[in-house]
Design a protein around this ligand. Structure first.
Ligand SMILES: Cc1cc2nc3c(=O)[nH]c(=O)nc-3n(C[C@H](O)[C@H](O)[C@H](O)COP(=O)(O)OP(=O)(O)OC[C@H]3O[C@@H](n4cnc5c(N)ncnc54)[C@H](O)[C@@H]3O)c2cc1C
Length: 347
């Protein structure tokens, strides 16, 4: 008898697995690589909304725990995932300069926002300067998942297959899936939740995002944000991650010519040096109607849990919400109302 079955191994599934390991739970993971969101994410952690200069929901509060968990992973797998890199927000007018100064004096914001800088960045013109964010960076989630999956495989805890929901039998004391018996099961399938008959009533919208990987001679040591992000590829020098698009209609993981054109145009406006596109990928962000995570247990079966709705900030949100779900399902600790899926239950 396992303690937990875990379905889905993006950043949400990984974070839940960390809770299981830290609490010496016996578990098995199912993943079939059908969703790409974590795999193609920029992996950026930044608690400030760079359009409006406002704090993102709970992000500054959750960031320290997220970094702690990724640090623990660095120790466990003897690899580097966290890269602290400042974000340079290109300012476009005197009005934006003023807004930056006003916002950077506010609580939470002042921990990250720095004075405006006119530093020269290779290939990027910024007559109104940059607003700098410190304490931000990139988690190499792709490398992290590779290492974690390898570890699971070595210890026989991974089934690289599609979880077939029709085979799940539920009793009040345990769940049975084919030859596997477990006390509880947690679903962390990202946008794949739509195929899950136990939780597909939840309002997971999904927002398709596409990114490019480019090569250029420009040497850009920071994450620069204008109409698009350009960020150093922490896995390969000379390459840069460019992203991302937002599409609410198309729910496929297929890269499109339209997104390529859009990103190329926006990048062309930002970067005044030639570049070559070496890769384009697409994935669906698990976004929710009220922009809060989807965490909790099934209304009729409290041994079925869900960890989803990480939206555009999985790196920051997943570790804390995973801990909250684990404590809820294992020790009965209450969930914060804002993330609890009970908020969508009709009275
Ligand atoms: C272009 C783009 C850029 C982004 N940039 C950032 C960023 O810079 N920073 C940030 O924090 N967030 C970013 N995000 C958002 C981030 O990717 C998500 O918040 C996060 O990855 C969601 O993680 P998840 O584990 O919930 O889902 P996923 O990563 O989609 O993982 C779900 C997993 O479940 C598996 N699965 C699904 N169904 C089944 C099944 N039936 N059987 C077996 N396995 C199954 C899938 O194969 C997949 O591995 C970005 C997203 C996109 C698309």
């Amino acid at each position: 008898m396992y303690d937990y079955i875990l379905v889905g191994f993006g950043v949400a599934g990984f974070s839940f697995m960390q809770q299981l390991e830290e609490n010496r739970q016996n578990f098995i993971v199912f993943d079939n690589q059908s969703q790409q969101s974590t795999r193609i994410a920029g992996g950026m952690f930044n608690p400030i909304i760079l359009k409006r200069f406002t704090p993102a929901w709970q992000a500054a509060e959750m960031l320290p725990y997220a970094l702690l968990q990724f640090q623990k992973a660095e120790l466990a797998y003897q690899n580097k995932y966290i890269h602290y890199i400042d974000i340079y927000r290109k300012l476009t007018s005197v009005e934006e300069q003023n807004n930056w100064v006003v916002a950077s004096d506010k609580p939470v914001m002042r921990d990250f926002m720095q004075p405006i800088s006119f530093e020269k960045i290779d290939g990027i013109a910024a007559p109104f300067g940059f607003g700098i964010l410190k304490g931000t960076g990139i988690v190499n989630v792709n490398r992290l998942l590779d290492d974690a999956l390898y570890g699971l495989q070595q210890t026989g805890k991974l089934r690289k297959e599609k979880f077939d929901y029709s085979q799940l039998q539920i009793t009040s004391d345990f769940v049975q899936y084919k030859d596997i018996k477990a006390r509880k099961i947690v679903f962390a399938e990202g946008y794949g939740l739509h195929h899950n008959p136990f939780f597909n009533h939840l309002p997971l919208m999904g927002t398709k995002g596409e990114m490019l990987m480019i090569e250029t001679d420009a040497e850009i040591p920071y994450i620069v944000k204008s109409n698009v992000f350009i960020a150093p590829n922490v896995a390969k020098k000379g390459q840069y991650y460019v992203g991302a698009t937002y599409n609410w209609e198309d729910k496929t993981n297929t890269p499109t010519a339209e997104a390529r054109k859009h990103l190329k145009e926006k990048l062309g406006q930002l970067l005044q040096k030639p570049f070559k596109i070496v890769l384009q990928k697409a994935g669906i962000r698990p976004t929710v109607i009220d922009r809060r995570p989807l965490v909790g247990v099934h209304p009729n079966y409290n041994n079925l849990g869900v960890l989803n709705g990480m939206g555009t900030r999985g790196v920051i949100l997943a570790p804390t919400t995973a801990k909250q779900l684990f404590k809820h399902m294992t020790f009965g600790m209450p969930l914060p109302k804002e993330i609890d899926i009970k908020r969508f239950e009709k009275n």
